[in-house]
Write a protein that binds this ligand. Structure first.
Ligand SMILES: [Zn+2]
Length: 286
């Protein structure tokens, strides 16, 4: 099990010369360390690890998607109550049409999805556990074509395929709750019922840091790559994906920074990573 000593050891280890506890921007290193500890690449201590069949990644998961989905549901319901959805039927059909196509590309068309198109200028989109997808009118207006829109939506499905919400929640619990994470892991292996109670006891905190925080850089890059895979399979022009990030970067130089950038940082680097990936996969040559 992951005991307090190990968490404290993790706190002391430095990365890029900065103490972990003082540097939220380098949470990735803590994530890597904890995953390494828990998944046995550092010390085999805990059996909360699983291989993601879609990405091949070894993931540290204290919860499944279902448990996270229950926590996210009230946030989603509130959001839908508070935010108007577009009345422009053409726009709604455009988003849903692209959504259906990219979902087929992702082999997830058979799942239940709740896709809402919110009528605000926000240049943003998100996915919440439980297959809840929010797309804001602002980001649809930034896109020059359906290929670019499919890039945004494919990216969001990529977060689902990568099980990023459950992984982020698990790592936050392990790093911030420490001992409790150990007991949750034991509960998981011994009785699923008690495990559920432990998670429920975390309540609002879970919602705050487990569901609504931005994803890590690694999650974002993986979602980008998966999104491009889905675009390719769905017949969209993958070259429009880096083009969209170029547009984001241009817009961020203007007066108003797109919200998508605050939750999805580094447009320039991500544009280049996408170009490298697309070339390496042979989808196109840019
Ligand atoms: Zn993202």
């Amino acid at each position: 099990m992951l005991d307090k000593t190990m968490i404290e050891t993790a706190e002391r280890i430095e990365f890029d010369g900065a103490a972990l506890k003082d540097a939220p921007a380098i949470k990735m290193s803590r994530r890597g360390l904890i995953t390494g500890l828990a998944c046995g690449t550092v010390i085999p201590i805990m059996s909360a690890c699983t291989t993601n069949p879609e990405t091949g990644a070894n993931q540290f998961l204290l919860v499944g998607d279902d448990q996270i989905a229950t926590m996210a549901l009230s946030a989603w319901t509130d959001l839908k109550k508070q935010t108007p959805q577009v009345s422009d039927e053409r726009l709604r059909r455009r988003v849903l049409g692209v959504w259906n196509k990219i979902a087929i590309g992702a082999n997830r068309a058979g799942q239940d999805w709740d896709v809402a198109v919110f009528d605000t200028d926000d240049v943003n989109a998100f996915v919440m556990p439980g297959n809840k997808v929010g797309v804001y009118r602002g980001i649809t207006e930034l896109t020059e074509n359906d290929d670019q829109l499919s890039s945004v939506l494919g990216h969001e499905i990529g977060h689902v395929a990568g099980r990023h919400a459950a992984e982020r929640f698990s790592l936050q619990v392990a790093s911030q709750v420490g001992l409790a994470a150990g007991s949750i892991a034991i509960a998981q292996s011994e009785t699923g019922r008690r495990y559920g109670n432990e998670i429920a006891a975390l309540g609002g905190a879970a919602l705050q840091f487990g569901v609504l925080l931005p994803y890590s850089r690694q999650h974002e890059l993986q979602a980008d790559r998966l999104g491009v895979d889905y675009m390719h399979r769905a017949g969209y022009d993958v070259r429009q994906s880096p083009r969209l990030w170029g547009l984001m970067a241009e817009k961020s130089g203007g007066r108003r920074v797109p919200e998508f950038l605050s939750t999805h940082p580094d447009p320039g680097r991500r544009r280049q990573e996408l170009i490298n990936y697309i070339n390496a996969r042979g989808y196109a040559f840019i």
